[in-house]
Design a protein around this ligand. Structure first.
Ligand code: ADP
Ligand code: MG
Length: 421
C-alpha cells in the first residue's frame, strides 16, 4: 500500500454560532481523514450539521475549535487571500439549487471560475466547451439556464466546478431538486469523477444516493456517529487520464497556488475592485462566485482577493427576470462613471439579445451584443479579420457590425465574409 498523504485531515473540529452564553454548538469534536480520490457520502438528518461541516471543509467558513490540514497545509495558517486562492484552485462546489446565473449561457456560466483565475478568453472558452461536451451538453452551449432541464442545469454546475481543476468536489444535496432519472445521472457523473482521481464529498440525506459512495459517514447532532472508514482501495495516485482531464494534480496545485499568490500580491487592481464592489453593490457578483448561502458575508473582501482584472456588473438581482433587451438599473452614465475610476483600464456597456440573421438563403439565430469600441480591450477579444469599429463610428452611429466566429461560419460557410460583401 502506498503511504499517501491525506487530502483532508480534521482533528477536534468544533463550530458554534452565537456569542458567550448564547453560543450554540453545531459541530462537536469532529475528526476525519480523507485520502485523494475517495468518494465520501456525508449523511444525517436535516439540521445535523452537514452543510456547516461542508462549509468548513470547503474553507467557506472557519471552525471555532480544532485543526484542519488540507494537503498537509494547516488551513488556519492561511490568510484570507490564500484561502480564496485555495478555494479557487482546488475546490469545486455543486449546490442543490445549481446557482447558475440566469442571464448567461451555459458556456459563460462554466467560464466564470476561470475568469477569476485570469485565464485568457480563448483558453477558458475552449475548456468550458470541452467540459460541457464531455458532460453531454455539447449541443446546449449557448442555452440559458431557463432553457435547460434541472438535470442539465446541474450538469452545467458540475462543469463549472471542474473548470479550474476541482481536485475536491463538494456537492451539497446535488440531487435534492431532481427527478429520479436525473438524480441517477448526476450520481453517475460524480462516481466517474472519483474514478478519475477527484476527491468527491457528497452531502445527502437520501440513503439510496449515499449507497453509491464507497465510504459513508453519518452525522447526528453535530457529531460523527458512524464512519465506514477510509477507502484505502481508492488510495492510489490519479491515473494519467485524470491528470490530463484535471489539468493539474496535487503537486501541481501547490505550484499553481504559489504562482497565483505571486500575481495576487502584485495585483494593483485589488484596490479598484474593492472600490467597485462597494460602489456597484455586489448581489450579482455573489452569485457569480457560486458560493452558498452561509458565505455571503465578507463579500467585498472576497472580491478583492479574486486576483482578477475583469468584473461583470449585471442589472437587477439574480432572481429578477427582465425581458429581452431590457435594462432597468444601469444607464450609459454608469459605465462612463466607472471609466473615470483610477486604475480601470476600460469599462464597456453590453446589451445582449437574440435575433435571426439572414444572408442569402441562410438563417442563423445569433446572439447580438451592443457595446462600445473598447470591447476588444476590455474582453481581450482580438479581431481576426478586418477592424473593430472605432470611436468615430460610434459617435456617428455608423451602421457597422463585427461578426463572431460562430455567426460568420454559419452565414458564410467555407468563405470569408469579406468575399461576400
Ligand atoms: P444540515 O445541512 O445538516 O441540514 P446545517 O449545517 O445547515 O444542517 O445546520 C446545522 C444547525 O446549525 C442548524 O440548527 C442551523 O440552524 C444551525 N446553523 C447553521 N448555520 C448557522 C448560522 N450561520 N448561524 C446560526 N446557526 C446556524
Ligand atoms: Mg444542509
Amino acid at each position: 500500500m502506498t503511504a499517501q498523504r491525506p487530502v483532508i485531515e480534521l482533528r477536534g473540529i468544533g463550530r458554534s454560532f452565537g456569542e458567550g452564553d448564547l453560543a450554540v454548538p453545531v459541530l462537536k469534536d469532529v475528526g476525519l481523514t480523507i485520502y485523494p480520490g475517495e468518494f465520501v457520502a456525508i449523511m444525517g438528518p436535516s439540521g445535523s450539521g452537514k452543510s456547516t461541516l461542508m462549509n468548513i471543509l470547503g474553507c467557506l467558513d472557519q471552525a471555532s475549535a480544532g485543526q484542519y490540514w488540507f494537503d498537509g497545509q494547516d488551513v488556519s495558517s492561511l490568510d484570507r487571500d490564500e484561502l480564496a486562492l485555495l478555494r479557487r484552485e482546488a475546490f469545486g462546489f455543486v449546490f442543490q439549487s445549481y446557482n447558475l446565473l440566469p442571464g448567461m449561457t451555459a458556456r459563460e456560466n462554466v467560464e466564470i471560475p476561470a475568469i477569476y483565475a485570469g485565464k485568457p478568453l480563448a483558453q477558458r472558452r475552449q475548456r468550458a466547451e470541452q467540459l460541457l461536451t464531455e458532460l453531454g451538453l455539447g449541443e446546449r452551449l449557448l442555452h440559458r439556464p431557463s432553457q435547460l432541464s434541472g438535470g442539465q442545469q446541474q450538469r452545467v454546475s458540475i462543469a463549472r466546478a471542474l473548470m479550474n481543476g476541482g481536485q475536491v468536489i463538494f456537492a451539497d444535496e446535488p440531487t435534492g431538486a431532481l427527478d429520479s432519472k436525473s438524480s441517477r445521472e448526476v450520481i453517475r457523473l460524480l462516481t466517474q469523477l472519483s474514478e478519475q482521481g477527484h476527491t468527491v464529498i457528497l452531502i445527502t440525506h437520501d440513503q439510496d444516493v449515499a449507497n453509491v459512495a464507497r465510504r459513508q459517514i453519518h452525522i447526528a447532532d453535530g457529531e460523527i456517529v458512524k464512519d465506514t472508514g477510509e477507502d484505502l482501495a481508492r488510495n492510489t495516485t490519479p491515473t494519467p487520464q485524470a491528470r490530463s482531464r484535471n489539468g493539474t494534480t496535487f503537486s501541481d496545485w501547490q505550484e499553481a497556488f504559489k504562482s497565483a499568490l505571486r500575481s495576487l500580491r502584485s495585483n494593483l487592481f485589488r484596490t479598484a475592485l474593492t472600490l467597485l464592489g462597494i460602489v456597484i453593490g455586489v448581489a450579482s457578483v455573489i452569485t457569480m462566485l457560486a458560493i452558498g448561502e452561509g458565505a455571503k458575508k465578507d463579500v467585498v473582501d472576497r472580491i478583492s482577493t479574486m486576483g482578477s482584472d475583469l468584473l461583470l456588473v449585471r442589472p437587477g438581482g439574480p432572481d429578477q427576470r427582465g425581458g429581452r433587451w431590457s435594462v432597468t438599473t444601469l444607464v450609459p452614465e454608469d459605465f462612463k462613471a466607472i471609466n473615470e475610476i483610477p486604475g480601470v483600464l476600460a469599462a464597456i456597456p453590453e446589451l445582449t439579445g437574440g435575433q435571426t440573421l439572414r444572408y442569402s438563403n441562410r438563417d442563423h439565430q445569433a446572439e447580438i451584443n451592443a457595446t462600445s469600441f473598447e470591447f476588444p480591450v476590455a474582453r481581450q477579444w482580438p479581431v481576426v479579420e478586418g477592424t473593430f469599429f472605432g470611436e468615430h463610428d460610434e459617435a456617428n452611429y455608423a451602421a457597422v457590425a463585427v461578426l463572431g466566429r460562430t455567426t460568420a461560419d454559419a452565414l458564410f460557410p467555407g468563405e470569408s465574409p469579406w468575399a461576400s460583401t
